[in-house]
Ligand binder design. Structure first.
Ligand code: SF4
Ligand code: SF4
Length: 500
């Protein structure tokens, strides 16, 4: 029996409440109503991050909890990266208690574990996990869990470590073959599992016909119901998290889990896994193609290219063109699942044919590899493109001072790459951020300034080093151009981000 056993099979995700911000009173009331509807339907597990739903998830939950006395298990998620130390973990956990007006919580989730390296940092002496252990000793939290976003191989090691009583992982028809060993091990080790993204981030609901193979007779042709039941069908899975944005969607999901699966779960699991291998053009992630003599991560690339089977989805504040949207999906997956960035757009494949011979789906791997490198070259997702872009923007330009706006992952990457390629820059780096909480802090050993200090500091160039909101930032900096300050975006139009 695990920590999630005896919970209602549908858990409430809180990322998609219909609320735009603090001043959206109508959205607030509607979101509170949604939570009440979920709780009245039997939902008793809530997954919440302090920044979810435009930062309003905690106030919404506080109000909904005030209106009910049902016992609810809530997990407080503490993000590695935003928080680093045991004391950061405590401060963040206290914020949850304060915001929700609670004096204890069901679980503490070490959130955003993207790699084994992250896991080691979280569990090192003085790290987030130590903070969680102290809270558990004090009785402020019952259980310690992890939210794993790392490759399945790292998940297996993390489960083996035995530090988490429960884990939250992405699991759906899209990654079922790769995730099956993870769920099998969790079951063996008695680690409870809550599943996120049961509809593959919306891809399954948007491509119901393609995924209709998942429907058994009892699903009556409803692909979404079949996909939700599939996510629950592995014996390790106790909770399927559903993010809800409207009453109808919530009522539908509650309905699916209010009755036992009409098909025995073990039969469903085996039926769907079997049908998956019959899908045309779909990479199941079985990995039989691995072992490329050129070190090409064939199965990771082929899985990422599953995105090409469906309509492209607008993302990262980009609405098109379709090829860019596909590239965003493909390289995002390769970035997160495999930390993959090719040296250049030239494919190193020597066409030995070894991968294709082993492919259970008979996929055209060699052509796909060639096309993936070509795409990477065209969309600026190669080490060569990154280096050339920095050279074009910064190297040897006679600058005295270069502003990076905002500080963060992109800025760190730029400074690191510049140093690696050309050594100490001949100019001074200056960091800017419009977030007042960042101003006055240090990042990468540099002081962070507000944008109103730009005229006084007079950088020769301000480089906009973010992706999603680069246009908004460029518009906000337009006024400094008249002072002769060069304002440039790091990413050209049609390119994917340097980091995701
Ligand atoms: S054909 Fe190319 S990708 Fe496949 S194993 Fe050989 S070198 Fe690697
Ligand atoms: S063998 Fe084929 S189906 Fe299996 S991971 Fe490789 S490309 Fe995908």
């Amino acid at each position: 029996m695990g920590i999630f056993t005896n919970h209602f099979p549908l858990g409430l995700g809180t990322t998609r409440f219909p609320i735009s911000g603090r001043n959206d009173t109508e959205g607030f009331d509607r979101s509170v109503h949604l939570v009440r509807q979920a709780l009245d339907g039997g939902v008793n597990y809530i997954d919440v991050g302090y920044n979810y739903s435009a930062g309003m998830a905690l106030p919404v939950l506080r109000e909904a909890l005030r209106q009910t006395d049902r016992p609810i298990s809530i997990t407080a998620k503490v993000m590695y990266g935003q928080d680093q130390t045991a004391s950061d973990a405590r401060k963040r956990f206290d914020l949850y208690l304060r915001e929700l007006k609670l004096d204890r919580m069901f679980s503490f989730t070490c959130w955003c574990i993207w790699s084994w390296d992250d896991f080691e940092k979280i569990t090192e002496k003085g790290g987030i996990y130590e903070g969680a252990l102290r809270l558990k000793e004090e009785g402020a939290v019952d259980h310690i869990c992890g939210s794993l976003h790392c490759p399945p191989e790292d998940m297996l090691r993390i489960i083996e470590s035995g530090v988490f009583e429960g884990i939250t992982v992405s699991y759906s028809l899209l990654n079922a073959a790769r995730m099956r060993p993870v769920l099998d091990l969790a079951e063996q080790r008695g680690v409870s599992v809550a599943v996120m993204n049961p509809l593959g981030g919306g891809l399954i609901a948007q491509n119901r016909e393609y995924f209709s193979f998942a429907c058994g007779e009892a699903d009556q042709g409803n692909t979404v119901h079949a996909a939700l039941r599939f996510a629950k069908s592995h014996p390790a899975v106790d909770i399927v998290l559903g993010g809800v944005s409207c009453e109808e969607e919530l009522a539908d999901s509650v309905g699916v889990f209010s009755a036992p699966d009409p098909e025995p779960p073990a039969k469903r699991l085996n039926r769907v896994m079997g049908r998956m291998s019959e899908l045309k053009g779909f990479c199941t992630g079985c990995k039989y193609c691995e072992g490329c003599p050129q070190g090409i991560p064939t199965s990771a690339i082929m899985q990422a290219r599953n995105a090409l089977l469906f309509e492209p989805i607008a993302d990262y504040n980009r609405q098109g063109p379709p090829e860019l949207l596909y590239d965003l999906q493909i390289f995002r997956k390769l970035f997160f699942d495999h930390d993959w960035l090719p040296g250049s757009g030239e494919s190193p494949c020597i066409r030995c044919g070894r991968c294709e011979k082993s492919c259970t789906q008979k996929l055209p791997i060699m052509e796909s590899i060639l096309d993936t490198y070509r795409r990477a070259g065209l969309s600026g997702y190669t080490m060569e493109s990154h280096t050339n872009r920095l050279k074009e923007l910064l190297h040897g330009k006679g600058f005295r001072r270069v502003g990076l706006y905002p500080n963060g992952g992109f800025a760190s990457k730029i400074m690191e790459l510049y140093q690696e390629k050309w050594g100490c820059p001949e100019f001074e780096w200056v960091l800017f951020n419009s977030d007042q909480k960042m101003q006055g802090q240090t990042a990468d050993g540099l002081f962070v300034h507000g944008p109103e200090e730009i005229p006084e500091l007079r950088p020769d160039m301000v480089l906009i080093c973010t992706y999603k909101f680069d246009q908004e930032i460029e518009d906000s900096l337009e006024r400094f151009r008249k002072d002769g300050i060069v304002i440039k975006k790091l990413h050209r139009s049609g390119e994917v981000p340097w980091i995701f």
